[in-house]
Design a protein around this ligand. Structure first.
Ligand code: ADP
Ligand code: F6P
Length: 337
């Protein structure tokens, strides 16, 4: 441990009490991040507080002091022990003002928000309006946050999808069926693209690449009808085709003799014990969030860029849209014959 860094950060006397909350869609690995925030705050001689139910709990004052033992045996658990919420009231100034008052009443002088882009829109407004430093940790299975290569939960969700598609492929092959499997990602195709490559999906439909139904119909006629006795088409829920049900209905109309089925994976992708990558990355991000606060940072999200920890201003991460990697699109082009 760098004794000088520890001494420097312990000496930072503007922050004594750090609160942490989880907000928006939960993601496997959030508990590892909570654990790291609590334990690194205590390591640097500060007090740690947990806010329950995200911004809703912040507005209602559902805030409790946390000891190191409160985060024992949670690194392996999916979900979030602090619960989460989607809270329209935090979009109102009055809600944010109530939240600020609750933090001040407890003498809390810094906040860590673990969530996705919506949570950071709220965190940005909150840190602009009130005198309290806020640092974000990217926690969403969508991996759609600009400024970071990775968001907590993505790797675990990918493995859930690949495991599910492998199982679907067994029955698709047994019945010579064409399966449309829909995955999450809100309005991004990161989950569909990477898990589609990993599961060998014959076609992958994502919002970033406009779905050309004519080309898709030609592919099905030439490939599925002729060469493949079974196929898996992975469809991102935000795809411009309207999702798996819409695409499957289109195909059934065009090819009445096709043996078509649909599987919507839904919230399966949000559960499960976090992968090693998610546990370690969440731990690194939790520590970086606390060290960032103690180094005087605010209004930033912790991120990973080319394997290095970075701090990205909220206004950048909420304003820009992250695009899918061209390299992955090239792989699909070459391997999806
Ligand atoms: P995620 O953080 O996973 O994207 P949401 O989009 O639901 O999830 O955002 C989580 C919460 O963040 C919302 O329920 C709301 O409380 C808050 N939030 C979202 N957008 C804003 C905004 N523009 N201003 C203030 N708060 C917001
Ligand atoms: O943002 C994470 C996410 O899982 C999206 O991929 C999905 O569209 C959304 O949350 C589902 O929201 P809810 O959990 O409120 O149904």
């Amino acid at each position: 441990m760098n004794k000088k860094l520890r001494a420097k950060l312990e000496k930072y006397d503007k922050i004594h009490k750090i609160a942490v909350l989880t907000s928006g869609g939960d993601a496997p690995g959030m508990n590892a991040a909570i654990r790291a925030v609590v334990r690194s705050a205590i390591f640097y001689g500060k007090e740690a507080y947990g806010v329950y139910h995200g911004y809703k709990g912040l507005i209602e004052g559902d805030i409790k002091k946390m000891e190191s033992s409160d985060v024992s045996n949670i690194i392996n658990r999916g979900g979030t022990i602090l619960k989460t919420s989607r809270c329209p009231m935090f979009k109102e100034y009055e809600g944010r003002e109530k939240a600020y008052k609750n933090l001040k009443e407890k003498g809390i002088d810094a906040l860590v928000v673990i969530g996705g882009d919506g949570s950071f829109k709220g965190a940005r407004e909150f840190s602009d309006e009130f005198d309290i430093p806020v640092v974000g940790i990217p926690g969403t299975i969508d991996n759609d946050l600009y400024g970071t290569d990775y968001t907590i939960g993505y790797d675990t969700a990918l493995n859930v999808v690949v495991d599910a598609v492998d199982k679907i492929r067994d029955t698709a092959e047994s019945h010579d069926r064409l399966f449309f499997v829909e995955v999450m990602g809100r309005d991004a195709g990161f989950i569909a693209l990477r898990s589609g490559i990993a599961s060998g999906a014959e076609a992958i439909l994502i919002p970033e690449v406009p779905t050309n139904l004519k080309k898709f119909k030609k592919y099905l006629a030439e490939e599925y009808q002729v060469k493949k006795t079974s196929s898996i088409v992975l469809v991102a829920e935000g795809d411009d085709s309207g999702g798996a049900v819409a695409v499957a209905n289109y195909v059934k109309k065009q090819f009445p003799d096709f043996n078509v089925r649909i599987s919507i994976l839904g919230h399966l992708q949000r559960g499960g014990s976090p992968s090693v990558y998610d546990r370690v990355t969440a731990s690194q991000m939790g520590i970086a969030a606390v060290e960032g606060l103690l180094a005087g940072k605010s209004g930033v999200m912790v991120g990973i860029k080319n394997r290095k920890m970075v701090y990205v201003p909220f206004e950048k991460t909420v304003k820009h849209h992250k695009t899918v990697k061209r390299e992955l699109l090239r792989i699909v082009e070459i391997l999806n014959i």
